[in-house]
Design a protein around this ligand. Structure first.
Ligand code: FAD
Length: 317
C-alpha cells in the first residue's frame, strides 16, 4: 500500500482479466481511468512519488496479465482521452480511442489512409506502442504527431522520435500516449467504405473470429532458418495447431493464435506458448520471440528454457 494518499479517482484492487481480450490474469493493486491529460499527469506523479510501477491498458488486445496481478498503478484512458476529432485532413484520436472506431469514422469524414486500422482491435495509443501494422498499412506512415504524458507533464513528438521497429517502439511503461494525430488524404466516402468491407472480409477468411485471444502470440522471425515462413506457418509445420494446455489452446484456424477455451489461466497460456515454442525449436532450431506484452510478474514453465542464449523474454506491458 502506498503511504501517500492517492488522487480521488484512483481505486484499489481492480480486476484486469475483463480488460484484456484473452480474459485471463489477476487484479491491479491500484487502478485509474483518467479523463484528461491533467488528471493523468497527477496520477502518474502520485505513482512516481509512491514508488509504484505504471501499466497502461489499452484494449488489452496484446496483453497477458499475470495470475498474481499487477503490483502498481494500472491506467485505462477515458473521457477526453478517447475522443475522435477531425481538423482538416488530420484525424486526432485520444490515446484510448479504439482504432477500428477511428478507421470507421474516416469513411463518414471522407478521409483515406487509416483503413487498415479496421482490423487492429487495439487503441491508438496501444498501436503506437506496438507499432501495429496490417495488410500493408503502416502506422508510422500516417502519424503526424503524438502527445506523450509522463509524471513531468505532456509533450508532443514527431513519429521519427518513437524508435519504431517491427512490433516495437522506444516508449517505456511510464510514457503514456494521450493523443495521436493522423495525416490522412481526402477520399470518396463510398470507396473508403468498400475498402473497409474488403479488409474485414480478408481478415474473416484468414483468422478465427469470436474467440478470446490476443492475436499473434509470436513475432514472425527474421531468421534464415525460417526460410521465409511466418510464425503461424512454423507452428503449423511443427504440429502445433490445436495444441492444448489446461484451458488454453493454439487455434485450429491460425496456429499463432492462443485461444482461451473458457476458464484458462495465464499459467495455461504460458504453458501452451512454452510447449509450442519448444516444438518449433526442436524442428527448426529457431527460437520464437513473443509478440504479446506481459503485465505483472510471470513465471514461465520449466520448458520455456530451451538451453540456448537465443531465448527471448516478452516485453513488459
Ligand atoms: C484478433 C486480433 C487481431 C490482431 N491483429 C493485429 C494486426 O493485424 N496487426 C497488429 O499489429 N496487431 C494485431 N493485433 C494485436 C493488437 O491488437 C495490437 O498490438 C494493438 O496495437 C494493441 O493495442 P491495445 O490498445 O490493445 O494495447 P494493449 O494490448 O492494451 O497493450 C499493449 C502494449 O501497449 C501499451 N499501451 C497501451 N496503450 C498505451 C498508451 N495509451 N500509451 C502507451 N502505451 C500503451 C501497453 O502498456 C502494452 O505494453 C491483433 C490482436 C487481436 C486480438
Amino acid at each position: 500500500m502506498s503511504a501517500i494518499e492517492p488522487p480521488d479517482a484512483v481505486i484499489a484492487d481492480h480486476p484486469l482479466d475483463r480488460l484484456t481480450t484473452v480474459r485471463t490474469g489477476g487484479s491491479a493493486e491500484f487502478f485509474a481511468r483518467p479523463e484528461s491529460e491533467r488528471e493523468l499527469v497527477a496520477q502518474l506523479d502520485w505513482a512516481k512519488r509512491s514508488g509504484l510501477d505504471i501499466g497502461i491498458v489499452g484494449s488489452g488486445s496484446n496483453l497477458l496479465v499475470s495470475d498474481d496481478g499487477f503490483c502498481g498503478l494500472a491506467i485505462k484512458l477515458a473521457g477526453d482521452l478517447v475522443a475522435i476529432e477531425k481538423h482538416g485532413d488530420l484525424l486526432v484520436c485520444g490515446g484510448g480511442t479504439r482504432l477500428p472506431s477511428a478507421a470507421a469514422k474516416t469513411a463518414s469524414w471522407g478521409l483515406t489512409g487509416l483503413e487498415f486500422g479496421i482490423n487492429i482491435p487495439g487503441t491508438a495509443g496501444g498501436a503506437v506502442r506496438m507499432n501495429a501494422n496490417a495488410y500493408g498499412g503502416r502506422l508510422a506512415d500516417v502519424i503526424e504527431s503524438v502527445r506523450l504524458a509522463t509524471s513531468e507533464g505532456v509533450n508532443e513528438v514527431a513519429p521519427e522520435s518513437l524508435g519504431f521497429s517491427y512490433r516495437e517502439s522506444s516508449l517505456g511503461p511510464e510514457q503514456v500516449v494521450t493523443s495521436v494525430s493522423f495525416r490522412l488524404s481526402p477520399g470518396e466516402p463510398e470507396r473508403i467504405r468498400e475498402r473497409l468491407a474488403e479488409m474485414r472480409a480478408w481478415r474473416k477468411d484468414a483468422q478465427p473470429s469470436g474467440i478470446k485471444t490476443f492475436g499473434s502470440t509470436f513475432k514472425n522471425p527474421d531468421d534464415p532458418r525460417a526460410d521465409g515462413m511466418s510464425s503461424g506457418q512454423l507452428l503449423d509445420a511443427a504440429g502445433c495447431r490445436g495444441l492444448t494446455a489446461g484451458q488454453a489452446r493454439l487455434s485450429e484456424k491460425h496456429a499463432n493464435f492462443v485461444e482461451n477455451m473458457g476458464g484458462a489461466s495465464t499459467a495455461d497460456v504460458l504453458a501452451v506458448m512454452a510447449a509450442a515454442r519448444r516444438r518449433v525449436f526442436e524442428k527448426f532450431e529457431l527460437v520464437l520471440e513473443p509478440e504479446v506484452q506481459v503485465l505483472g510478474d510471470i513465471s514461465w514453465p520449466d520448458d520455456w528454457d530451451l538451453g540456448t542464449d537465443e531465448a527471448v523474454e516478452p516485453g513488459n506491458g
